[in-house]
Design a protein around this ligand. Sequence first.
Ligand SMILES: [Zn+2]
Length: 106
Amino acid sequence: MKVEIINHGSLVSFYPLDDDAREWWDSNVAECPMLGDRYFVEARYAADICNGINAELEEEIECTWCGGECYTTYANRRNELFCSKNHRDASNRALKRFLSKSEEIA
Ligand SMILES: [Zn+2]
């Protein structure tokens, strides 16, 4: 989910950039004025919306290997997160292959 947020002072504009963001907006934010594709919210309400967006983003962790949603996370030593041990191992193997190839070239 991606949202562009711009602070204009007394107003903050929110621009949902993908379907996830538009769905989240429709189910979490009451109607508010739009200009083009952007929603304009009074600054005093914007903080709550930002908190809501952050909470949603924290729940959604993407697997570094397959891009799928992680229900359980497996981290490697570089702190990348994976949806399964298999994908963590696959990523480690790919990195090792890549590193040995670069050594051959160098
Ligand atoms: Zn995965």
